[in-house]
Design a protein around this ligand. Sequence first.
Ligand SMILES: [Zn+2]
Length: 82
Amino acid sequence: MQSGLAVFELFLLVLIGSALIVGVIFIYRGMRGVPVLSDPKCTRCGYDLRWIKPDVNVVCPECGSDLTARRASSTMAVWEAG
Ligand SMILES: [Zn+2]
């Protein structure tokens, strides 16, 4: 009987497969330029600022909060890096 070995091989395959899938997802998201950590949101009202450019829209379209302020967007650092 080699059932023990078969289970171990199956476990290894699942482990490698999961790692490959996670790696592909991260590479795919990175190529598209989508922030991996979290999407930028207005700290005052939580409005989604993903498609708002800070050099075009200087205020939040939802609440009018000043987006040029350093802490206006929760993920401004990630945003500037991209
Ligand atoms: Zn807002």
